[in-house]
Design a protein around this ligand. Structure first.
Ligand code: SAM
Length: 276
């Protein structure tokens, strides 16, 4: 057991875990290694880490990368991380909510920026949506998430997990599953299995659409009313019956289908036709 062991650090500072902040700290060396290896970090990389905890993963990132900036919300962890990382001059810490940070200000002129995080599970989906929708210049996001969210991200059309999150990630990224992580790899143990995945940002979105707002709005409406036919789901856009018939005909999509059966290309066609 080395002095940088998570349990030792937690004990040293008498740190009290907060369930509310999704604090499950990694204690398994193989998982830490697999995250760093899976993120394919090198000395050119600027790493942004969300939620460093007591810095177990942070230390490994600092050894592998050019520079690391970590964002932590829990005030009680700030002096702990600062003290634990004091030997590194390539480390900086921001005390803030990751959902409120303007990442462009952190990224600045950096060319090779990778996000790495063992995410707090209560905000996984808002954090992923925010990081992708804002168009930040990340090369990749290597994240630990609940397995259930991972299954939604990697789902195929027609499957129960297929939804708005699947399509959002698919629009912007290629998805690579790195490994499954069991609850015993954390303290305290979460109730569910976790997954480490890497999202590689595409140079251009996967499909070309006339208007991204309309594209995501069509997707949202389709999955808000999951059990309804597309015909009924698209009524929220208040088009005339004739116009809506033309839209489905031009997009070559049967209006009796449900949204969960449409590929990303079909959603793009449908959204584009709605604008004509
Ligand atoms: N990286 C550490 C590890 O792997 O052991 C800790 C990961 S723990 C799952 C999540 C971390 O995110 C905690 O340190 C928690 O305090 C922090 N956190 C929770 N909500 C946050 C938020 N909205 N913004 C930034 N950090 C947050």
């Amino acid at each position: 057991m080395n002095e940088f062991n998570t349990k030792q650090i937690v004990k040293k500072y008498n740190f009290k875990f907060s369930k509310r902040l999704g604090q499950n700290f990694l204690i398994d060396d193989t998982v830490l290694e697999d995250i760093v290896e899976g993120a394919e970090i090198d000395k050119e990389d600027f790493i942004i880490e969300i939620g460093p905890g007591v810095g177990t993963l942070t230390r490994r990132l600092l050894e592998a990368a050019k520079r690391v900036c970590a964002i932590e919300l829990d005030e009680s962890l700030i002096p702990i991380i600062n003290n634990e990382m004091k030997e590194y001059d390539n480390f900086s810490l921001i005390h803030n909510d990751a959902l409120k940070v303007n990442f462009n200000e952190l990224i600045g002129d950096e060319k090779s920026v990778k996000l790495v995080a063992n995410l707090p599970y209560y905000v996984t989906t808002p954090i992923i949506s925010n990081l992708l929708n804002k168009g930040y210049n990340f090369k990749s996001l290597t994240i630990m998430i609940q397995k259930e969210v991972g299954d939604r991200i990697a789902a195929e059309p027609g499957k129960k997990d297929y939804g708005a999150l699947t399509l959002l990630v698919k629009y912007y990224c290629d998805v690579k599953v790195i490994r499954v992580v069991k609850p015993t790899c954390f303290i305290p143990e979460p109730k569910v299995d976790s997954l480490v995945i890497r999202l590689d940002k595409l140079d251009e979105p996967r499909v070309k659409v006339k208007d991204e707002k309309m594209f995501f709005s069509v997707i949202r409406s389709s999955f808000n009313m999951r059990r309804k036919t597309l015909w009924n789901a698209m009524k929220t856009f208040k088009l005339s019956k004739e116009k809506l018939e033309k839209v489905f005909e031009a997009a070559e999509i049967d209006p009796k289908r449900r949204g969960e059966t449409l590929s990303i290309e079909e959603f793009a066609k449908l959204a584009d036709e709605m604008l004509k």
